[in-house]
Design a protein. Structure first.
Length: 207
């Protein structure tokens, strides 16, 4: 079976690299490696998300679902210095990189955690238990529609009442069908931006 960026332990031999993320309000230098998502450059969808979303809440706990080596989580943390940012991923190599990138860029309010196994919810008081004041994600579309829906259902349910999730998905990878699924499952959703084929979807949590 071919390796995937969502494998817990990537089989690809290490080949360290560095990328930069330059936004109007911040500049991050990020270590990357083979076996993680978009190791050669910050993914365009991620960049469009970060250039589009409004500032995150400056209090509470914020979530980056599928954090990879950390560009979204570290941007959230820089933009909301009084919030606690939690990055979640299955890929241990990516999590190690994200922790190193937080330290190297002087970001103290972000932490990175392995996603719990299915059917094994986090303990009360865990940083992964929520509730989350916001969720930003370039979600792992390639895990398949059924797995993606199950993943999103779990984490979206941990948002605070009225909190927003912003998701970036390319139209050719199912953005519009994901929009429909969110609406059909009782999650009011709107497309707030569209650029280079990417849709930015904002969904609001209501218990």
């Amino acid at each position: 079976m071919a390796p995937h960026y969502f494998d817990p332990d990537p089989a690809a031999p290490s080949r360290a690299a560095t990328v930069t993320l330059v936004l109007p309000d911040l500049h991050l230098r990020l270590d990357t490696d083979r076996g993680v998502f978009s190791p050669d450059r910050v993914d365009l969808g991620t960049r469009i998300l970060l250039e589009t979303v409004p500032p995150p809440p400056d209090r509470g706990t914020l979530l980056d679902l599928g954090c990879g080596y950390g560009p979204i989580a570290l941007t959230m943390a820089r933009r909301a210095p009084h919030a606690a940012v939690v990055g979640v991923d299955t890929n241990r190599r990516a999590l190690d990189l994200a922790r190193r990138n937080a330290a190297a860029n002087g970001v103290a309010n972000a932490s990175f955690h392995a996603a719990p196994a299915a059917g094994n919810p986090p303990q009360p008081g865990s940083p992964l238990a929520g509730p989350f004041a916001a969720l930003w994600s370039n979600p792992p579309i390639r895990i398949g529609k059924q797995a993606l829906h199950a993943l999103l259902a779990i984490w979206l349910s941990r948002l605070e009442e009225g909190a927003h999730a912003h998701l970036v998905v390319h139209k050719h990878l199912g953005a519009d069908s994901l929009h429909r699924w969110l609406e059909e499952t009782g999650r009011p959703t709107e497309r707030v931006a569209s650029r280079a084929g990417y849709r930015i979807l904002r969904t609001t949590h209501h218990a």
